[in-house]
Design a protein around this ligand. Structure first.
Ligand code: FAD
Length: 621
């Protein structure tokens, strides 16, 4: 009934969809096996993509030739560039999405991708021979052969849903939990753990009083995620709203604390610290009189509203009563209660940088199964696992992004070397080279790499190369172009510091922090002509590269130093245990993680600088 596949992807969440698409695009014969084909690319929690550091990841996925950016653009109902008032390293695109359209666009995209077959069923085991995966077993007893398998089970492995004192098995509400895989992997020697996450209630938008809330508009000039011309920015957008909890809301919530699975010890898994439930927030920050609630539409046409900031697993009657004390929610009708879910994950220190497991050859893990949280984190891992599964089957070199290449590189490097005890989400502060890893230059950083492996197409590559050469040309023009003091002093209001006394190049003028390229360009006819000659992206790129040149150069020098260590390879079977001088912890961690390079070894928590210099001596550097 089935051929032997190159890659079987288990699960069609954000990780699974990217993995299946990437592997198929690269020429592998792929089977996407998922429990329910009607929930492909379901947004389990908030209907939004991107945001701080996550927006950069979506742009990176797009630049490499992945789909999350395109799907987000096609289904967005609002676009905002967060942190515009800060430096460009912090700018983060975010879309509010139509939940149903997001899932539909993903499904259509996968159906249109040659080489992807679908099978709807639960996978409950792997076929493993001589420590190598060779297929999967399904619930109805089928065995499907494959050269590699990517597991992307999300929150489904032995999932337990909690609402107050009620608890039942499930991977999300209305969907069953996945059984069998954890038990088999543990019997094969894997370590498993337990985590938890939660989601807020959804309500009927027709029952809300928006006059009691603040409107949150999208950007006046909305942009988009994808660098490709496949999508266009929105011309109309939907509003979101902001309201706040108050003392009364908190007091009502507190009446349910004795029935809370979080507080009575029924939930044991650790939850996402930076995405706490409302009961957690009022418990931990008792001094705060109110917490912000974002009131977000779930789509263009639906009346359903997502109550962002009110994630809870308190009993549904308490959720309902407390919610109705929020301004604007006095008559709110609830569609779905909030809930928490506990699920199995596998500490990611058991993986290689390709996301292949160390224990079982050709078996890859991606997404929430690795202890992360978030669609973007999952999607990017799916992409890397799909790429590497495909490359491995084709006997090609692995594809690994460094910390200095991409947030995706930071994410995977952190997971593999540091592991994670609580759901891992990305922050800009996790990246040491964040001025290099901006959302505006992900194409310049990554599209060539995506093209080399057969994922990013020629059109993308050409577009990126045009942007690169136009930017270089414009920067060169701005270095040559000199303006007279009179023109500048009379024309610019924002000079702030001493007036200009002699001719100065536009490049030098632009380095003044208070001046922007657009206003300088209005000073002179030739400069004005650049506004139509160059695209918005090129103008922005040139401005950033000129303004932040010295900082960018500094980070680049640090990267070069780091690369020296990164290029120093450690043999896979290097015997750390036989080096007496290494610290006990360092020895144990190095033995467990088996870093591929000296650079990777340096980032393992528990490996001290002294361990590193001993290692350097032993490796004969
Ligand atoms: P998922 O999106 O969970 O997809 C898993 C897929 O695998 C599904 O299609 C499922 O049907 C399929 N599957 C699972 N097991 C099998 C099997 N054995 N056989 C066949 N198919 C299988 N993220 C945040 O960033 N912030 C939050 O506040 C947040 N809250 C959440 C609240 C809840 C209740 C849930 C459920 C998730 C929440 N998330 C949150 C997490 C977010 O949904 C995930 O990070 C993201 O969806 C993970 O993507 P994934 O592809 O790894 O898995």
């Amino acid at each position: 009934m089935f051929p032997e596949y190159d890659v079987i992807v288990v699960g069609a969440g954000h990780a699974g969809c990217e993995a299946a698409h990437a592997a198929a695009k690269m020429g592998s014969k792929v089977l996407l096996c998922t429990m329910n084909m009607n929930t492909i690319a379901q947004m389990s929690c908030n209907p939004a993509m991107g945001g701080v550091a996550k927006g950069q990841i979506v742009r990176e996925i797009d630049a490499l030739g992945g789909m999350s950016g395109i799907i987000s653009d096609k289904s967005m109902i609002q676009f905002r560039m967060l942190n515009r008032s800060k430096g460009p390293a912090m700018w983060s695109p975010r879309t509010q999405n139509d939940r149903m359209r997001f899932a539909e666009e993903w499904r259509l995209a996968l159906e249109r991708t040659p080489n992807v077959d679908f099978w709807q069923e639960m996978v409950n085991g792997l076929v493993v021979k001589d420590n190598r995966v060779v297929g999967v077993k399904t619930g109805i007893g089928l065995e499907i052969k494959a050269k590699s398998v990517v597991l992307t089970n999300g929150t489904f492995l032995n999932g337990i849903i909690h609402i107050g004192e009620k608890q039942f098995g499930g991977g999300r509400t209305g969907e069953s939990a996945a059984k069998g895989i954890t038990e088999q992997l543990v019997s094969l020697g894997f370590e498993a753990g337990r985590m938890k996450t939660g989601t807020p209630p959804r309500v009927d938008g027709r029952s809300l009083d928006y006059s009691r809330m603040e409107v949150q508009d999208g950007d006046e000039n909305p942009e988009k995620f994808s660098y490709s011309d496949e999508t266009i920015p929105l011309t109309t957008q939907r509003n979101c709203w902001i309201t706040y909890t108050n003392k009364e809301v908190h007091q009502t919530l507190e009446t349910g604390f004795d029935r809370s699975p979080m507080f009575n010890g029924r939930i044991q898994g650790l939850g996402p610290r930076y995405c706490p439930s409302i009961e957690d927030k009022i418990n931990r920050f008792a001094e705060r009189e109110r917490h912000q609630i974002f009131v977000e539409p779930e789509g263009w046409d639906t009346v359903e509203i997502y109550v962002n900031g009110f994630s809870t697993s308190l009993p549904e009657d308490v959720q309902y009563a407390a919610m109705r004390k929020i301004p604007g929610f006095e008559n709110a009708k609830m569609f779905r209660p909030g809930y928490a879910i506990e699920y199995d994950f596998f500490p990611p220190t058991q993986l290689k940088l390709t996301l292949e497991t160390q224990l079982i050859e050709n078996l890859f893990f991606a997404g929430q199964i690795n202890g992360t949280t978030g669609y973007e984190e999952a999607g990017s891992q799916g992409l890397i696992a799909g790429i590497n599964a495909s490359l491995k089957v084709q006997e090609k070199d692995p594809f690994i992004l460094k910390r200095s290449d991409a947030y995706i590189g930071v994410l995977i490097d952190d997971l593999i070397n540091k592991g994670t005890e609580e759901p891992y989400r990305m922050f800009t502060s996790r990246a040491e080279f964040r001025l290099l890893l901006r959302q505006d230059n992900a194409d310049l950083r990554l599209t060539q790499l995506g093209h080399q492996i057969g994922l990013a197409d020629d059109t993308r590559l050409e577009k990126m190369l045009d942007k690169k050469s136009d930017t270089a040309k414009l920067i060169n023009d701005l270095k040559q172009k000199r303006l007279s003091p009179d023109l500048i002093n009379d024309g610019l209001e924002n000079l702030e510091t001493a007036t200009i006394k002699e001719k100065i190049t536009v490049e030098k003028l632009l380095k003044r922090p208070q001046l922007g390229l657009q206003e300088i360009m209005l000073l002179d006819e030739e400069l004005r002509s650049y506004l139509s000659k160059y695209s918005k992206e090129v103008l922005e790129q040139a401005e950033i590269q000129i303004k932040y040149e010295s900082y960018i150069d500094k980070e680049q020098q640090m990267v070069e130093k780091l690369n020296n260590m990164e290029n120093f390879k450690i043999p896979l079977h290097f015997d750390y245990l036989s080096i007496p001088a290494l610290s006990a912890e360092g020895k144990q961690k190095l033995h467990k993680i088996k870093p591929e390079t000296l650079g990777q070894a340096s980032r393992i928590s528990g490996v001290s600088p002294a361990d590193l210099s001993i290692l350097t001596v032993y490796l004969g550097r």
